[in-house]
Design a protein around this ligand. Structure first.
Ligand code: ADP
Ligand code: ZN
Length: 631
């Protein structure tokens, strides 16, 4: 696509900004991308969305985390007359975005309760004087009558509603005030509105359109593929934390990561244990004091290697581009959550890992929670369907990405080559006979028992429960002794559930047969199952060891070089001088690009990815000195 042109409104010239003054009156969005943000090309969709807003239209944008949503409104904010108002749900998000924009010379500010009223007053004055390109506000402030009055006195370039899924009452992130944002359409019908989210669920989409009055807005859906994320899923590793440690030491020593656990207690004990193994780790959950949470969040943003062990309370505000891995110690409740959480890895586009370990117990716990939730039958079924979907993602023997994308309605043309199943295809085996034995055991015990008890019956264990129910007298007692081990039987039940041959009876918590299971028992078809995941994990590990080079090297080249370290040290020093996070000075991607471009002077420094005019002037000399010292 070629660049397109817009006229910069005359009044912008009168005001003048650090960069606008140097622009001609007709300006390419693409030039602005280069001069301000330091990028040479738009990503797919960004240009179309910008064009839509420049033409005065509304837009609804669905892009995965890290897809580059912010630029879609930041560029028009700079090109259109007036100030763009960005509605953002969290102070930490606003803070990050504003500081990052300021580093690129953009006149951005935020108003919120964390600042003194004197500060907020100052910013309102700037707004009234037309000195701001972007203003970030929380939804509760936006809907206040006083703020609405203020907006009537200025020229608004556009409204951007970030994290638009917060209007959805079904979601984790529901925010009451978001539902009042429909006032924008009524009070400012001429001002373009853009809603953005990374949550792709159908129902959420229609809720956003409805509640934000975006019926006339074209929907821009970019691919949800996060090609740089390597997915791997395990179960039956015992103890799982040893394997996690192995994974961190093997592939992510010295990297930033997030480890999700379900309970607060688990986050604390796991963080403590990791710390005892020399990993820089800290817990995070909703029960900690605000100061501790703030401190951990700040450490996460400023330290290069902190691993935060968290509940999902550590979520939406995490806008750090260089998180190299996200690990789950338990099964998430649906693919949406899993995708959103793993999406926090590798926003910078560099290789990153999504590592998940789960157990049958997780599955049972989640099933129980759904069953006990005070919700309608319809919602219960929907939740159960979602749980089945993530379970079957875990058990499948083929490409994970193909399944993930198809879940979000996207058709992948071929296996990705960057997930555990693609790289180390699990061996499958014909499990028809053991499966029939398992189904018979279920039938004989009247489909009232769980996998553990059924396994005991199949293995011929005459423990008190088996004897109590007189299951040691059944013909199926001990018929599975020679086929499989205990953990293999448990794995078989898991996979039969994932394949929808059996399901959990929500009344009795016993396993029962589906029509498909009945047809399997009758011998109407055969099944192939994957080898249990523990074996696959061992294969991945030994494959890694065979490829003798250190794993981190395959992730980020140059990472071990003294030059890389020197650039990182400079970045850290500048960031701490400025009181901002290192990635706001330059991303890892920019540092890599610096090494590749190897600029000799300030002009060449502009060729580095992520270097615009402002950063060229502000940081160029410092980094050029280091580069020349190493040449
Ligand atoms: P999102 O809000 O969709 O999660 P961001 O807007 O934070 O994503 O963008 C993710 C990363 O991609 C940021 O580091 C951003 O600077 C970078 N980025 C966005 N657009 C481009 C582009 N056209 N070229 C290069 N990098 C880009
Ligand atoms: Zn794959």
């Amino acid at each position: 696509m070629s660049g397109f042109e817009f006229s910069i409104p005359a009044h912008r010239h009168r005001q003048g900004t650090a960069f606008v003054t140097s622009m001609s009156s007709t300006h390419h969005a693409k030039d602005l991308l280069q001069e301000v943000f330091g990028y040479s090309e738009f990503r797919p969709m960004q240009e179309d969305i910008i064009q839509q807003l420049m033409a005065g239209g509304n837009a609804f944008v669905l892009m995965p985390t890290g897809g580059g949503k912010s630029l879609c409104y930041q560029v028009p904010a700079l090109l259109r007359q007036g100030t763009a108002i960005v509605i953002s749900p969290l102070i930490s998000l606003m803070h990050n975005q504003v500081h990052a924009l300021q580093q690129s010379g953009v006149r951005a500010e935020y108003l919120n309760s964390s600042r003194s009223s004197a500060d907020n007053w100052q910013i309102e004055q700037q707004l009234l004087r037309g000195e701001l390109d972007l203003l970030y506000v929380a939804p509760e402030r936006l809907v206040m009558p006083a703020f609405q009055q203020l907006l009537k006195r200025i020229s608004v370039a556009l409204f951007a509603i970030d994290e638009a899924h917060c209007v959805s009452q079904w979601g984790h992130d529901f925010r009451e005030e978001y539902t009042q944002l429909d006032c924008l359409a009524r009070s400012f019908p001429q001002v373009p509105r853009i809603a953005l989210t990374a949550t792709a669920d159908e129902l959420t989409r229609s809720e956003i359109v409805e509640r934000l009055s975006l019926h006339d807005a074209p929907c821009f859906i970019s691919s949800f593929d996060r090609a740089n994320i390597h997915y791997s899923i395990f179960s039956g590793l015992n103890p799982a934390r040893e394997h996690l440690l192995d994974f961190i030491n093997g592939k992510h020593a010295g990297h930033s990561g997030i480890v999700y656990c379900t309970s607060r207690k688990d986050t604390e004990s796991l963080a403590h244990w990791l710390a005892s193994k020399n990993i820089n780790a800290a817990p995070f959950h909703a029960g900690l004091s605000p100061e501790t949470k703030h401190q951990t969040l700040t450490r996460f943003l400023t330290e290069n290697d902190l691993v935060v062990v968290a509940t999902i309370a550590f979520g939406m505000g995490i806008d750090k581009p260089d998180v190299r891995f996200v690990a789950h110690m338990n099964l998430p409740d649906c693919i949406e959550s899993y995708y959103q959480e793993t999406g926090r890895a590798g926003r910078d586009g560099l290789p990153a890992d999504a590592w998940l370990h789960y157990s049958l117990a997780d599955l049972a716990k989640l099933g129980k929670r759904i069953n006990n939730a005070p919700v309608s039958e319809q919602i219960r079924q929907r939740k159960q369907y979602k749980l089945n979907a993530i379970h079957s993602l875990c058990e499948m023997p083929t490409c994970r990405r193909v399944r993930l994308l198809s879940y979000f309605g996207e058709q992948a043309t071929r296996p990705c080559g960057n997930c555990d199943n693609c790289l180390h295809p699990p061996t499958t085996w014909n499990a028809t006979l053991p499966a029939r034995k398992a189904l018979s055991a279920m039938a004989r015990t009247r489909e009232k028992f769980g996998a553990k008890h059924l396994t005991d019956v199949l293995l011929g264990k005459d423990n008190p429960k088996v004897v109590g129910f007189e299951h040691h007298k059944l013909s199926v007692f001990g018929i599975g002794k020679d086929d499989l081990t205990e953990s293999q039987w448990l794995g078989l039940f898991r996979q039969l559930t994932a394949l929808e041959c059996i399901e959990t009876n929500v009344d009795t918590f016993g396993l029962r047969m589906t029509p498909r299971g009945r047809s399997l028992m009758k011998g109407e078809f055969e099944i192939e199952l994957r080898q249990i995941a523990a074996q696959a994990h061992k294969r991945e590990r030994s494959a890694r060891k065979r490829n003798a080079q250190p794993a981190s090297d395959t992730n980020i080249s140059h990472e071990d070089s003294p030059l890389w370290e020197a650039l990182r040290a400079k970045r850290r020093a500048l960031a701490s001088e400025l009181g901002i996070a290192p990635f706001m000075v330059f991303s890892d991607a920019s540092l890599r690009s610096m090494i590749a471009v190897n600029p000799r002077n300030l002009d060449q420094f502009l060729e580095v990815e992520g270097v615009g005019k402002h950063k060229q002037a502000k940081f160029g000399e410092d980094f050029l000195n280091i580069l020349s010292a190493f040449s």
